[in-house]
Ligand binder design. Structure first.
Ligand code: FES
Ligand SMILES: [Fe+2]
Length: 441
């Protein structure tokens, strides 16, 4: 049964709604994507000091994300090597040791066994302490402070995997002298929708004006024009995608707009000048003058818009997704700009902001609505349409952010990665000008 029907004769692209509903597909995604790919675990600055730790679940696996006493970043399975108990039951803190509550085996944060109570009874058990060390996640690599792990020991190097997405993460790091840091605290929420709806939503400029009309109205009242012109969507390869936005919202310390107030204007101009000197005008232009929404397949979204948010997706079941979000801020920043930044970020992409509740309602409404066509005899009705802007792929012109090209790129990659037999049906011939995984600059 095809999951995707891409028809070049009719210029239609349809996605089978079972992809959002089926627990079989969810299990297959777990095996073939989440346990094979690189996954975003967290930001290095969340565990800034030696002995800091955070407990976090990824691909359904409980993990301890920590910095050991020597300063090295680690990711351990949060499961006692003795009999499997959850080892660390705090959510976050600072500790050199993790002690299991069940039989009190104790481990150092570098994985070594520190103590086994009454270990004389293990006399003769050869190499016990060596074989009972904490289990590391097989691979861990860091790019610009973003810590990725993989449960697949044979996954290609991180930078190779990130490909064209890597530089957009570097661009964020280059926004300010001294780089970026996460702020303490995480926003957690759970959505009754499939994780892929969250990806689609972030790559979907088409919904912006109708869904967020309150926000658009507010911008207009404050003298800021909203436009969809010159905004593009790019497929960066490996399922990663990017929206480049210039048509709405300012950028704290980079693009001033009236709602930021007069004081911020001078600071913005000074910072923009400093950026041009430090990075060169061309690079500074790409870093400062456009907003980016970057999706790194499969679980990381970076909203480099008014302010900066990191969003991580953790699918729980086909119809349920946990979302975690952090604010990323310059390490060095004027307190007034910081306050403005926080206010701006929470008022739009925060869980109680002007955007996110609308978006969550949209993808929960999709999850509810698609029940209407589940097991529908007219099986062609149980498909969602993502054809918008396909003509640009025929013409070989860059797709717009308000079309659905970034979503098509995501789904084409997804169907290959999940490995569904005959999952992609291509009708007609892909045009010669069709470019996939195109890098932009
Ligand atoms: S299961 Fe952890 S000490 Fe026994
Ligand atoms: Fe939205």
């Amino acid at each position: 049964m095809p999951m995707i029907v891409e028809d070049w004769d009719r210029l239609t692209f349809r996605v089978n709604r079972e992809a959002y509903r089926s627990s079989e597909i969810f299990d297959r995604e777990r095996d073939n994507v989440w346990l094979q790919s690189w996954l975003y675990l967290g930001h290095e600055t969340e565990i800034a000091k030696p002995n800091d730790f955070i407990v976090r679940t990824l691909a359904g696996r409980p993990l301890i994300f920590c910095r050991d006493t020597d300063g090295e970043v680690r990711a351990w399975l949060n499961s006692c090597p003795h009999r499997g108990t959850v080892l660390c039951r705090e959510t976050a803190g600072s500790s050199k040791l993790f002690q299991c509550f069940y039989h009190a085996w104790t481990f150092r944060n570098n994985g070594d066994v520190a103590a086994i109570p009454d270990d004389s009874a293990y006399e003769g058990s050869e190499g016990l302490r060596e074989s009972m060390k904490l289990r590391a996640v097989p691979r861990l690599e860091i790019h610009e402070g973003y810590v990725f792990v993989s449960f697949n020991p044979d996954v290609p190097p991180l930078l190779e995997y990130l490909g064209g997405a890597a530089d957009y993460m570097t661009m964020i790091e280059q926004q300010h002298v001294g780089g970026m840091t996460t702020l303490p605290g995480v926003q957690l929420y759970s959505v009754r929708g499939n994780w892929k709806l969250a990806v689609e939503n972030a790559m979907d400029g088409y919904h912006f004006s109708p869904t967020h009309n309150t926000f658009v109205g507010y911008l207009r009242e404050n003298g800021f024009a909203v436009t969809d012109d010159d905004q593009y969507a790019y497929n960066l390869g490996n399922g990663h995608s990017l929206l480049v936005l210039t048509g709405h919202g300012g950028r704290i310390s980079m693009i001033w707009e009236p709602r930021f107030g007069a004081d911020e204007r001078a600071r913005t101009e000074a910072h923009r000048k400093e950026m041009a000197e430090r990075l060169g005008e061309k690079r500074a232009h790409y870093v400062a003058d456009e907003s980016h929404i970057l999706f790194v397949f499969p679980n990381l979204l970076l909203f480099d818009i008014e302010g900066l948010s990191i969003r991580q997706l953790e699918p729980v079941s086909a119809g349920q997704t946990d979302v975690r979000a952090w604010q990323l801020v310059p390490r060095v920043e004027d307190p007034a700009s910081r306050a403005l930044r926080m206010k701006t970020v929470v008022s739009f992409v925060g869980p109680g902001g002007l955007a996110t509740p609308d978006d969550i309602e949209a993808y929960e409404a999709v999850q509810r609505g698609i029940e209407a066509t589940a097991k529908e005899r007219r099986s062609e009705l149980d498909f969602s349409d993502m054809s918008r802007g396909m003509i640009d792929e025929v013409k070989g012109v860059q797709g717009r952010s308000i079309d659905e090209g970034a979503m098509r790129g995501f789904w084409r990659h997804w169907v290959g990665a999940v490995g569904i037999d005959n999952g992609l049906r291509v009708v007609g011939k892909r045009p010669a000008s069709f470019l996939e995984g195109r890098d932009v600059r």
